[in-house]
Design a protein around this ligand. Structure first.
Ligand SMILES: [Fe+2]
Length: 612
């Protein structure tokens, strides 16, 4: 047996995964263990979990694969500095000590942290993304497209995979980057670069695309093949500590929005405009890749592939018959790509789609690759803190929870192995009734402690997806946005149309208002029984009860915290919020029956309601 440990670290979202003879045994992001969102440190806890899961020691690992080439990256940093010197001295000084202390010593650090003495192999950043997109996909052959901010030099790459081979045919280079262009607008509209991008995407439907021409004329030279050159006179990320500069401010009618400052129509128009430009670029890239490869399947990864609105449009308007997106499309998934790349390309093992899928729809096992907690351990924990609970068999549990949901109650759903990737997919989820007109604000204000301009996402049975949404394909990882079916929509009155921001979102606009955005779109997760039988059965039972086999599915966490990992974190989150019910494996815990929650620390951590 060959064990390959994949690691991504030191940039954003560190993670580890373990592959045994090509099979993905375990994968997790470090943030879930350290409780530090997007933790970029060496993923010591995630590594430990992977090894524990496989019941092996670090010394039994055959090869370690790291997801990028630190020396190449350092070279890029150095060259960029020299190109702009002395302008970039501040950012250079800020970055250098970390590089000299940690990032260039990965081999040593891996040996130390993992008690591992063997080889450490390094794959290039976009090779890792490409491998994470193709190798676990259900395709024998496919085109591959990766897009992100930046790796070493590459910011996007394309090519094709066939059997156990992956060939990259072309790439775009720093500083010209679709991801960094989007991040520049993320920064400029007042959100956090590297994590606020999905907020820009969520804000876009409120705006008008009135800056599109300006972006395409001034900022970016976007060619027919999707390749692009940015006009660096407007950007500051090569030499400064910000993304954009004063020329950018002039071009877009004012300074960058300060985080948490009021959102205005202008910010919404900016969001809509950059979203439109990114979609155009994604479509052009996809058409080019299609032409160059002649493939009918497309695999996507890299941070830009988390842009599910763009993905949905690519599927509807693009040239590919099938699109498969790696659920951990960001840098966390690079650990997986690196490990699989070593297995298939370095060790030249054959790749067989049927073996990879093992009766599932792809090789990711629903992305349920994290830790699982046994019923006995959960019971010990619950008994230890004096929690009141009922232990039910599966059919009682499914029927009971479906009933609770139908009564507009909000349920914490903690089941099986934690998801790998940024989305909760029914293992660490908070769920509710999407038909309820008050569910949206109730979940936002009383449970997530935020006031969001984004609606929640729906989980729907795969066979029912076309009854609710204008799509009829799998979207297991919530990475495709589709319109809500027109028959289910409710037309807005003129007064309602004139409402601004969240007010507008809070007007029911379909029969499933909690998951319908202001442009009638929804971020869909389709659920098949073979991926998650219990979650499937629950949605089906809710469907039998209500005629609506759809649930609201949001991640099990509160604002600013990583998704919960352990029963203790789940129970604490449950007690701190106004969730009505918590279901952990076969235990049902009702809020009304719990006693004093004084062991939960004071509620000072609750931030004031802010736009999320
Ligand atoms: Fe990346």
């Amino acid at each position: 047996m060959t064990y390959i440990l994949g690691i991504s670290a030191y940039y954003h979202d560190s993670a580890a995964c373990l592959v045994r003879d090509g099979e993905i045994l375990a994968a997790a992001q470090e943030e879930r263990f350290t409780r530090k969102k997007h933790d970029h440190n060496f993923p010591a806890n995630a590594v430990e979990f992977c090894l524990r899961y496989a019941e092996i020691a670090g010394s039994e690992v055959d090869l370690v694969a790291f997801y990028d080439k630190p020396l190449l990256k350092f070279e890029r940093l150095l060259e960029t500095y020299l190109d702009y010197a002395p302008a970039g001295i501040r950012s250079f000084i800020k970055a250098t000590p970390l590089w000299l202390r940690e990032k260039l010593w990965i081999r040593e650090q891996v040996s130390r942290e993992c008690e591992y003495k063997g080889k450490v192999l390094f794959t290039e950043h976009h090779e890792s993304h490409a491998a994470s997109a193709f190798f676990p996909s259900p395709f024998e052959s496919a085109a591959v497209l990766t897009m992100d901010g930046v790796g070493e030099w590459a910011t996007s790459s394309y090519g094709y995979g066939k059997g156990n081979e992956l060939h990259l045919l072309g790439e775009l280079h720093f500083p010209h980057s679709l991801g960094l262009l989007y991040s520049a607008f993320t920064y400029y509209t007042g959100f956090k670069v590297n994590s606020g991008e999905y907020k820009v995407m969520g804000l876009a439907p409120y705006g008008e695309p009135r800056y599109v021409d300006k972006i395409l004329n001034e900022l970016v030279d976007l060619r027919d093949d999707g390749s692009l050159r940015l006009n660096m006179q407007y950007f500051n990320y090569c030499q400064g500590l910000t993304m954009t500069n004063s020329r950018f401010d002039e071009l877009f009618d004012g300074p960058a929005r300060k985080p948490e400052a009021l959102l205005t129509q202008r910010h919404m128009d900016l969001a809509r405009s950059i979203q439109e430009v990114v979609e155009i670029a994604m479509l052009r890239m996809a058409r080019h890749v299609h032409k160059e490869t002649g493939e009918s399947n497309l695999c996507l990864a890299g941070g830009v592939a988390l842009n599910c609105v763009g993905n949905g449009r690519l599927l509807r308007e693009g040239p590919f018959e099938n699109v498969w997106i790696q659920p951990a499309a960001g840098d966390a998934g690079g650990s997986l790509g690196a490990a699989l790349s070593v297995w298939y390309q370095y060790l030249e093992n054959p790749r067989n789609v049927e073996t990879i899928c093992q009766g599932h729809q792809d090789g990711m096992q629903g992305s349920y690759l994290g830790p699982r907690f046994l019923s006995d351990d959960i019971q010990d924990y619950l008994d230890g803190i004096g929690a009141r609970y009922q232990r039910l068999n599966t059919s009682e549990l499914v029927a009971g929870v479906a009933q609770i949901l139908a009564e507009e109650k909000v349920v914490g759903w903690f089941q099986g192995r934690m998801e790998f990737g940024p989305r909760a997919l029914g293992a660490r989820s908070i769920i509710g009734d999407p038909r309820s007109p008050r569910m949206q604000s109730q979940m936002n204000l009383k449970i997530k402690f935020r006031e969001s301009f984004r609606p929640f996402a729906p989980s729907v049975l795969r066979e029912s997806v076309a009854d609710f949404f204008e799509m009829d394909c799998d979207s297991p990882y919530m990475l495709l946005v589709a319109p809500v079916k027109s028959e289910l929509r409710r037309a807005m009155s003129a007064d309602e149309e004139a409402l601004f921001g969240i007010e507008k979102l809070n007007v029911p606009r379909s029969t499933i208002p909690a998951v319908t955005h202001v442009d009638y779109s929804a971020r869909v997760q389709t659920v098949r029984r073979e991926e998650n039988p219990l979650y499937y059965d629950l949605i089906a039972a809710f469907g039998r009860l209500t005629g609506c086999p759809v649930l609201v599915n949001t991640s099990f966490n509160v604002r600013g915290e990583p998704i919960v990992c352990t029963p203790e974190q789940a129970y604490t989150c449950f007690m701190r919020t106004e969730m009505d019910c918590l279901v952990m494996e076969d235990f049902v815990i009702l809020k009304g029956e719990q006693g004093d929650a004084s062991f939960v620390d004071d509620l000072a951590w609750q931030e004031e309601f802010q736009l999320d």
